[in-house]
Design a protein around this ligand. Structure first.
Ligand code: ZN
Length: 144
């Protein structure tokens, strides 16, 4: 009943479109249990889309094994694809990351990642869908 108005799509539509697990993470800022994500161990080339709206968010090129139990990336594919918000819930000061297109909750970004960015985008596997293939979304004419 909080009446959060996400642009373009009502809560009911999200509920219909997403599985209960994805809905909880994307629309209610849930967190999947560590080590549960099916994309955690994906290391083949490809891009990661928002599970809510399909926006391309991350590339396998930037994925690394953080040991945290969640898929982790050193950067987003583009600075415009992912929005950041201060998050002071749970008594911590963190930076939440959301899909810029649909507002879906992705996870958090921490300043303890590896070079070259020093950033660790810690993302719920449930927020993403993986498209194997090329790790660059704009590479034309690639067929398999
Ligand atoms: Zn989205």
């Amino acid at each position: 009943m909080s009446g959060q108005n996400m642009p373009g799509q009502s809560d009911d539509l999200w509920r219909e479109k997403l599985s209960p697990e994805r809905y909880h993470v994307l629309r209610q800022k849930g967190t999947e249990p560590a080590w549960s994500g099916e994309l955690l161990h994906v290391d083949s080339p490809g891009v990661f889309h928002c599970a809510g709206c399909g926006s391309v968010l991350f590339s396998s090129d930037d994925k690394f094994d953080s040991g945290s139990g969640w898929p982790s990336f050193t950067r987003a594919l583009s600075g415009e694809a992912v929005s950041t918000h201060p998050d002071t819930s749970l008594g911590m000061v963190r930076t939440e990351i959301t899909c810029a297109a649909c507002g879906g909750h992705l996870g958090h970004v921490f300043p303890d990642g590896p070079a070259p960015t020093g950033q660790r985008y810690c993302v719920n596997s449930l927020s993403l869908s993986f498209a194997p293939g090329t790790s660059s979304p704009s590479e034309p004419g690639t067929t398999t």
